[in-house]
Structure formats: C-alpha cells, structure tokens
Design a protein around this ligand. Structure first.
Ligand SMILES: CC(C)(COP(=O)(O)OP(=O)(O)OC[C@H]1O[C@@H](n2cnc3c(N)ncnc32)[C@H](O)[C@@H]1OP(=O)(O)O)[C@@H](O)C(=O)NCCC(=O)NCCSC(=O)CCC(=O)O
Length: 421
C-alpha cells in the first residue's frame, strides 16, 4: 500500500457532519477508485464506489475532484456516504444502537475497476450518533415509553419530541443527533415497543399529552412550550398534538399529510375519522414494486374535510418539509391543503419547503436513500420515491431548516458539540 487516505476533521464525527476525504501518495494523474463500505447491525453490507483521477501532484481531494462515474458522478464530497447501497434488496439504512458508531471502511484502489484494482490505501472513518457529553436516558414514566437525549452541560435546554411513522418500535438516531445541536429530545415510541400495544388501531392523543407533560416537568427541559418533529404518520401525530394539546411552541412535519389517514385520531370527546384507503388504487411500477401514492381515498371536503387535522387551532408555527417525489402519498398537495385550512381560519400562511427529487423518507444528512422497502400498512414492499442525489441535497438543507426553525421558536442557540469526538 502506497497511498494515504485522510478524513478531516480527524477522528470520530457525528453522522450529520460533512468531512473532507482526501488521498495522497498517488502518481500524478493516476486513475483510482474509492470504495466505501459499512455493515449495519442486522449484518447488511452497504457499499459505494467512485472513479477519480489524481491531480498533477499525486493528490486527490474529494472537495475539488469530480467523480468520473461509479455510484455517482461529479463533485460530491460526501457521495461515498449518501450513495451507499445495501447488498440486501429492499433494505433501509437505519441506526438501531445509537451508542455505537458506524465504522465506514474507505479504500483506494489502483485503476477504475472497483473489484479488481490493487489496494493502495485504506482508512476507517467512525461516524457517531451520540455526541460528546450527550446523555441517553431510557424513559418509562407513567405510560410514556421512549428515550430522552440531553445535551451536555447543566441546562435547561429547549425540548423536542421526535416521532417516527408506521412500523412501531423505537428509532433513536434523529433524536440523538438533535441533542448534539442543543435540544433535549425525546424519541417517543407509541406502539410495538416494550409494553405498548403491538398494533395501532387508533391514535389516542392522551398518550402523547402525557409525553408533553413528562418533558415539561423535567428539570432540564426549558418551558413553557416544546417542539415537535415527526415524519409521515409521526408528522400527522405531531400536527394533531399541535392542534389539540397545550404548550406546543413549534411543529415540523416531514412529509406528513395533515389528515387522519389510516387510523382514527381521538382526543377527549373528539374523533377525527380516518380517511381510509382503497387497495385497488395501488399501481404496480415497471420494477414490479407497488406504488401506493394514490392509495388513499380522496379528500372530499377540501380543507374542511372531517378527516383534516384542525391545524388552524395550533398555537405555534408549523414548518412543512415536502419531498416533491414522495410516493407514499402526495405530500405537496396535503401541505397545500393544510395551508389553505390555516388561511381560511385567518391564520398566517405556513412555511412550506418543497424539494424536487426528494422522496418520502427525508432523513438527517448523508443517510443513503432507500428507494423501496416494506410498508407495514400494506405489508408489502413499496416505492418511497426520491432520486439519490437530489434526495441527499434535500436532507442536508432540510436538517438546517429544521434546526433553524427550532432555534427561532424554542429559543435554542444552535450549539454544536465539538466535531472532534
Ligand atoms: C425499525 C423497524 C423496522 C422496526 O424494527 P424492529 O426491531 O421492531 O423490527 P424487526 O423485527 O427487526 O423487523 C420487522 C420487519 O421489518 C423489516 N426490517 C427490519 N429492519 C429493516 C431495514 N433496515 N430495512 C428494511 N426492512 C427492515 C424486517 O425484515 C421485518 O420484516 P418481516 O416482518 O417481513 O420479517 C420499524 O420501526 C420501522 O420500519 N420504522 C420506520 C418508521 C418509519 O419512519 N416508517 C416510514 C413511515 S411510512 C408511514 O408512516 C406511512 C403512513 C401511512 O401510509 O399511513
């Protein structure tokens, strides 16, 4: 091995941070292939590669050199991460244990053949989900089940509740990353976790109200209100919480629908009936995968449809993050409907940020796109939408927008843990 692969800043970084990958010790103009790989906790191998040419001094800097092809092309300093693809079909990139980093193997090979070139150099780059000094506390308080992440320092910190969509269980990676940005964040489970119900037949907001109370009584959570962040069904739960519950200061919906979709939503005497769906509206794409984008029944009453979440009752502002290539449902149409509803009730037009080429699962930066995987509602693999490069750009921008929005409305300072872990 003759070449040296470097990653700056050196040492471990957080998954949402950009790094500068470079190689030195190559021959002037040498054709090389860079390969990245990592194994997830279920044993799936994710890989990406790209072809490059060293400069006249035998160096290669991914911030300056365009990829000449491979998993991606052009100037993409973080392409080796966002273009990772699993060896298992229909497998989604997820981090289950946030207490361990992902170890990314970086290799530089001679020539432009990703499998055949002689290995010239390698490095292991660790990307973590738990920042320095971030505390992780499993929560079992009353009925509330989840995990609280507290930023380093004495606090108190602006609080956020983070909710995922259909699938159940508990995913912590987004909440743990948010804590490194200065937010006390509760990753909240609501079914198929611990002693919670295994099925989600209907949504009862009193459970989520208990989670808000848990946050607000916590000594290290700054009041008087908290923020909500949700994706997909999780976003709709957040929109419902903002509409019915007190002390919600800011809400972010990532590809939510603003409608009670496949489960009725209950709060005290009120019930938002589910809109429902019709399996006959599912299309089969050329790939043979299901496209459920039009599966839901139509909203017949416009923004006053009985299934619409009454977002006009929300006290705090709402940010809608929309993937224009969302194939789970038509997020853009739904966000517009929610905006119509707000304005019809004399409220301000909300901020809607739409991303061309972005699919349904808009994750934190550098998560590789999962084009299709199992949808627990239809119990079959479905298309999620998204073009990898555009989706990746959307994730980087959306994350910044979400952090800025929460800082503005929850009084955060957008402090960042040191990039060197
Ligand atoms: C993380 C998991 C997979 C659950 O993990 P668990 O540890 O509880 O389950 P498990 O036993 O490991 O796996 C359960 C099933 O998921 C599959 N599975 C597990 N990990 C996977 C992965 N990384 N990629 C693809 N599939 C995976 C397993 O093969 C298994 O399928 P078999 O049962 O076939 O063996 C779930 O919580 C999840 O998918 N969460 C994502 C939530 C989310 O954001 N969903 C998108 C929103 S979509 C939405 O909300 C739409 C709303 C609507 O349309 O109304």
């Amino acid at each position: 091995m003759a070449a040296t692969v470097t990653v700056e800043p050196a040492g471990r970084c957080l998954w949402d941070e950009p790094v500068r990958i470079a190689v030195r010790g190559l021959a002037p103009g040498q054709p090389v292939t860079l390969r990245a790989s990592l194994r997830d906790e279920k044993g799936a191998l994710f890989r990406a590669h790209a072809r490059y040419r060293a400069d006249a001094t035998g160096r290669l800097d991914l911030e300056r050199a365009p990829a000449l092809g491979g998993s991606f092309a052009g100037l993409e300093p973080m392409g080796l991460l966002w273009a990772l693809e699993p060896d298992k079909p229909l497998w989604r990139f997820l981090k289950r244990d946030v207490q361990t980093p992902f170890a990314v193997q970086l290799e530089v090979l001679d020539g432009h053949e990703p499998e055949a070139g002689r290995l010239l150099g390698r490095a292991v780059h660790e990307r973590a989900f738990l920042g320095p000094g971030v505390r992780r506390e499993p929560v079992r308080a009353g009925r509330v089940r989840g995990t609280l992440f507290l930023p380093p320092g004495p606090g108190s910190f602006p609080g956020v509740i983070d909710i995922f969509g259909v699938g159940g269980g508990l995913l912590e990676y987004r909440a743990s990353l948010l804590a490194s940005h200065g937010f006390a964040t509760l990753a909240l489970a609501y079914y198929d976790f611990d002693d919670l119900p295994t099925r989600l037949d209907s949504i009862h907001l009193d459970y989520f109200e208990e989670a808000v109370s848990y946050m607000l009584q916590h000594a290290q959570v700054k009041g008087p209100g908290i923020g909500l962040l949700g994706i997909s069904l999780g976003a709709d739960i957040c929109l419902s919480m903002a509409s019915f519950l007190k002390n919600i200061s800011a809400t972010v919906s990532i590809n939510g629908s603003g409608v009670s979709g496949s489960a009725d939503i209950h709060y005290k005497q009120t019930c938002l009936p589910r809109l429902g769906y019709d399996l006959r509206r599912i299309k089969v794409a050329f790939s043979g995968l299901l496209d459920i984008v039009d599966m839901r029944n139509d909203v017949v009453g416009g923004c006053e449809d009985p299934s619409m979440i009454p977002v006009d009752k929300a006290q705090g502002p709402i940010l809608f993050i929309v993937g224009l290539d969302d194939h789970n449902w038509r997020s853009e149409f739904y966000a517009q409907l929610a905006s119509d509803r707000l304005q019809a009730h004399g409220k301000e037009k909300p901020q809607i940020i739409s991303y061309p080429g972005a699919g349904h699962n808009i994750e934190p930066p550098y998560f590789p796109l999962c084009p299709a995987s199992l949808h627990k509602l239809v119990d079959k693999p479905v298309l999620w939408g998204g073009e990898p490069r555009a989706h990746s750009k959307a994730q980087v921008d959306a994350w910044k927008q979400i952090l800025t929005f929460f800082c503005k409305h929850l009084g955060g300072t957008q402090k960042r843990a040191s990039p060197k872990l």
